[in-house]
Design a binder for this molecule. Structure first.
Ligand SMILES: NC(=O)c1ccc[n+]([C@@H]2O[C@H](COP(=O)([O-])OP(=O)(O)OC[C@H]3O[C@@H](n4cnc5c(N)ncnc54)[C@H](OP(=O)(O)O)[C@@H]3O)[C@@H](O)[C@H]2O)c1
Length: 238
């Protein structure tokens, strides 16, 4: 299925996996619309992607703002959501509020965005959400992300049935070198990346482009729905 001229919304398309995904759709000659909270990230992303890309400021946790956003966007063909914050820490020490905030962002943000998008989405189109390998293979301290990612994958199976013929899928990345780790000291981040790369069957962590291609595949493949595409370099095996 060609994406030429198709209108694709990428919520979270200003950084990391979302930015690489927006670029991958633009390379397929789709009309790409990106959204996130920060005006400066939007401006930088538009510089990277080119002026033909539309950009909107949006906090995807805000249902009122989502309604305004999709009214402005109008009818479109494919929705991709990569926005979302998680929380890491030992179960006994991580405050419940931090866990709830992570759910408000990564789970409920994706949920309410999909809900607000449906009236504008082409019935022959698709929705692709984002989970993560910690849903099936959590290290210590990842019980929150294990829960959120599993909940997203369950939601996708339910929505694939409820929203049919709209197809609904999820991409589950392993560790990807993105600005999500920008808060870590460089040396600590590099050591973490090297340590993980050394354990993985593929011998490296992912670059955003490795993951972006999976969203394009799911938008193009009209026979795929209710499924999770795991792109983790083999992390679930080790
Ligand atoms: N990187 C990894 O190793 C990895 C592994 C597994 C899963 N994932 C998942 O992949 C997704 C993308 O991660 P990433 O690494 O690409 O992160 P990233 O580089 O930090 O990008 C996150 C994007 O989401 C936007 N965003 C965050 N909160 C938002 C909100 N409330 N409303 C609207 N936009 C929001 C950010 O822009 P603004 O700040 O402008 O809002 C940014 O564009 C996340 O769900 C993450 O959990 C990542």
């Amino acid at each position: 299925m060609s994406l030429k001229g198709k209108r694709v919304v990428v919520v979270g398309g200003t950084s990391g996996i979302g930015l690489a995904t927006a670029k991958a759709f633009a390379e397929e000659s789709a009309q790409v619309i990106i959204a996130s909270r920060s005006a400066s990230k939007l401006a930088d992303a538009k510089r990277t992607l080119g002026d033909q890309v539309e950009g909107y400021e949006l906090d995807f946790r805000d249902e009122g703002k989502l309604t305004e956003f999709f009214t402005k966007v109008g009818n479109f063909d494919h929705l991709v959501i990569t926005a979302g914050d998680g929380a890491m820490g030992p179960f006994s020490e991580l405050p419940v509020n931090a866990v709830k905030e992570a759910f408000d962002s990564k789970f409920w943000g994706q949920y309410v965005t999909a809900k607000a998008a449906v009236p504008y989405l082409n019935k022959a189109g698709s929705i692709t959400l984002t989970s993560g390998v910690y849903g099936i293979r959590p290290p210590k301290g990842a019980s929150t992300l294990a829960s959120i990612n599993s909940a997203i994958e369950g939601l996708v199976r339910g929505l694939a049935v409820d929203l049919a013929p709209i197809r609904v899928n999820v991409v589950s990345p392993g560790i990807v070198d993105t600005p999500i780790y920008a808060g870590m000291p460089d040396a600590q981040r590099d050591a973490m990346f090297d340590g993980i790369a050394g354990q993985l069957p593929v011998g490296r962590i992912a670059q955003p482009v490795d993951i972006g291609q999976s969203y394009v595949y799911l938008a193009k493949n009209g026979f795929t729905t209710g499924t999770s595409v795991l792109v983790d370099g083999g992390a679930h095996l080790v």
